[in-house]
Write a protein that binds this ligand. Structure first.
Ligand code: FES
Length: 125
């Protein structure tokens, strides 16, 4: 017997298994697991799914830092390291920056990121 609600069972069977899913968790604790197309950025995935907590004011040009997020430490090694501009933006624009902070517009989805958890900071709600 399948214990998943009908809505989730349907999603599991209809979803393309080659498309990775990631989970975004807002500061309030609301959690959203969404499909994330290979090549899209975490910022684009959040915006496309209307998830509050990622603003993306500059459209992904790495010039606003309104897409600050925290990446699950288990996945940090699976994404390219921050560039100099991203590091500067995080240092100057966010007082909440931590070791696992990233700008979501600079994190591109790959198959390796299946199951990645992204935490959204309080300041962008
Ligand atoms: Fe502006 Fe990421 S969307 S820095």
């Amino acid at each position: 017997m399948d214990i998943l609600p009908t809505r989730l069972r349907r999603h599991r069977f209809l979803r393309d298994p080659s498309v990775p899913t990631i989970t975004l968790i807002q500061h309030s604790g609301e959690s959203y697991t969404v499909e994330a197309a290979d090549g899209a950025t975490v910022m684009e995935v959040a915006i496309d799914n209307n998830i509050d907590g990622i603003i993306g004011e500059c459209g992904g040009c790495c010039s606003c830092a309104t897409c600050h997020c925290y990446i699950d430490p288990a996945f940090i090694g699976k994404i390219p390291p921050r560039g100099d501009l991203e590091t500067e933006m995080l240092e100057f624009a966010s007082s909440e920056a931590k070791e696992n902070s990233r700008l979501a517009c600079q994190v591109e989805i790959t198959e390796e990121l299946e199951g990645m958890v992204v935490i959204l900071p309080e300041t962008q709600l």
